[in-house]
Ligand binder design. Structure first.
Ligand SMILES: [Zn+2]
Ligand SMILES: [Zn+2]
Length: 470
């Protein structure tokens, strides 16, 4: 039987800073699943990249007094090195500044516009009289009108995940200088999202493997009524908006970074001398596209990205699953660079080897609700699971084979009941681990692996092979 191809993707991290452990979750989860599908014999391509555009980068560059390009070139290089040390098995980790990406995105949006899904509209947007610029997205902060979160941004509330419109923020202020913005008229290009409401509802309802968090959020979002979304920004840093009359405007990051899943596939095959093969992943109906994201990215992956793919009328595969993690808190609090709360992926590796972190993060993966990282849990997982159980089992087994059998595994002679029970347990665990992973229950799968090692220790204790050997 020929197995279908699987494109594994993880949300493109913003790299205004090095990532914290919570930011790494989608990437690490994607890595685990890419390895799993490769072991199962699928042809797998695992792609992602640095999201270098957008206001988080611009805001940070202004603060550091460097250009966005300088900041992101430096951070991209750093992050690429770190992902190697974390043993993330990317086939292509690129950036949104890649020429392949920029060209693909501009062509793509020209098509979406030709198909009649783009229109212009004049609106009032926040403008800082002090900084003399419009304040898109993270350049403006205020209180969320839905949940009351004080640090909501112009495009989205991090707390409740809702997409926002900057005019709705309560007590809006410029995030560079803190001044209250004025509202000025400007023209923007809008994506006609409401026209996809029915198709999206059907897509989300029919994709049974979507996790509950992504499905419920998305269906509620559609039920509340989709609105046209602005695709352009008054900003220099980004991909030029390819629409007639849009000179000087760039594309809003969420209308280009998600297209990176496609462009990174194109780039991979282009550099491997097979420029048409990307289509097998994006158009063959037995291929699957998998997205791994954090919960604040849900609407962009279950609503905006599929709607954009539909808007081309070209028959793209829509994401088959959007595996969404909840938050990993640090000692009970949200990670925050400015408040110095959390652990960053560079300093983590200065303290302990990558495998310790990879295991602890997956064993504690927030799948259905937020989880908490504490040093106590970390030590328990390392000492009890990895050292006492798994490490001990492997060490005992290898030492035994080395001491008595010269490092070669001998042929078993007669099996007794204990042996047969153990062999049955192994195939039972194997099945359960496989099943858990096929449902993206990575946390449960890691637990089963440790239980199997525990069974192995029990077996050795019971059989005491070092006593019966002659
Ligand atoms: Zn300002
Ligand atoms: Zn909110």
């Amino acid at each position: 039987m020929k197995l279908g191809k699987i494109l594994v993707t993880s949300a493109w991290p913003y790299i205004q800073h090095v990532l914290h452990l919570g930011n790494l979750l989608p990437i690490l989860s994607a890595d685990v699943m890419a390895r799993y599908y490769r072991l199962k014999g699928h042809e797998v391509l695992f792609v992602s990249g640095s999201d270098v555009h957008g206001t988080p980068v611009e805001v940070e560059a202004v603060k550091q007094g460097v250009s966005p390009k300088e900041l992101t070139d430096k951070n991209h290089e750093l992050v690429v090195e770190l992902f190697k040390k974390w043993a993330i098995s990317f086939d292509n980790y690129t950036t949104t500044e890649s020429p392949v990406h920029k060209e693909f995105v501009m062509d793509f949006h020209r098509k979406v516009a030709e198909n009649g899904y783009v229109f212009t509209q004049e609106s009032e947007l926040p403008y800082c009289p002090n900084c003399k610029r419009f304040l898109p997205d993270r350049f403006v902060e205020g209180e969320c009108p839905y949940c009351g979160y004080k640090g909501a941004r112009g495009d989205q509330c991090e707390q409740c995940g809702r997409l926002l419109d900057p005019t709705k923020l309560i007590d809006a202020r410029c995030s560079i200088c803190g001044a209250s913005p004025l509202f000025r008229r400007t023209v923007h290009w809008y994506f006609d999202l409401p026209r996809f409401s029915d198709q999206l509802r059907e897509y989300i309802t029919n994709n049974k493997q979507f996790p509950d968090n992504a499905r419920n959020f998305s269906l509620r979002f559609i039920k509340e009524g989709l609105k046209p979304r602005p695709m352009t920004r008054d900003s220099d840093w980004g991909i030029p908006a390819p629409f007639e009359g849009a000179e000087g405007k760039t594309l809003y990051v969420w209308f280009e970074n998600v297209l990176g899943y496609v462009s990174a596939t194109i780039e991979y095959f282009k550099t491997h001398g097979d420029p048409d093969r990307w289509k097998e992943y994006w158009f063959d109906k037995d291929s699957k596209v998998l997205c791994f994201i954090g919960k604040d990215n849900i609407p962009f992956h279950t609503i905006i990205f599929p709607a954009l793919l539909l808007a081309t009328h070209e028959g793209y595969n829509l994401p088959w699953n959007v595996s969404t993690n909840e938050w990993l808190n640090f000692e009970g609090q949200k990670s925050s660079k400015s408040r110095k709360i959390g652990i960053w992926i560079d300093e983590a590796l200065e303290m302990f080897p990558a495998d310790y972190w990879r295991y602890t993060l997956m064993a504690n993966r927030p799948e259905t609700s937020d989880t908490n990282f504490t040093w106590k849990i970390f030590l328990e997982k390392i000492n009890s699971d990895l050292n006492d159980t798994l490490g001990n089992f492997i060490h005992r087994t290898l030492t035994f084979i080395n001491n008595y059998y010269d490092g070669k595994i001998p042929k078993p002679e007669k099996l007794d009941d204990i042996d047969r029970k153990m062999l049955d347990a192994i195939s039972e665990y194997f099945k359960e681990i496989d099943e858990n992973l096929s449902y993206f229950h990575i946390q449960a799968a890691t637990r089963k692996v440790i239980e199997l090692a525990r069974e192995g220790n029990r077996y050795l204790n019971e059989k005491k092979p070092w006593k019966t050997i002659v």
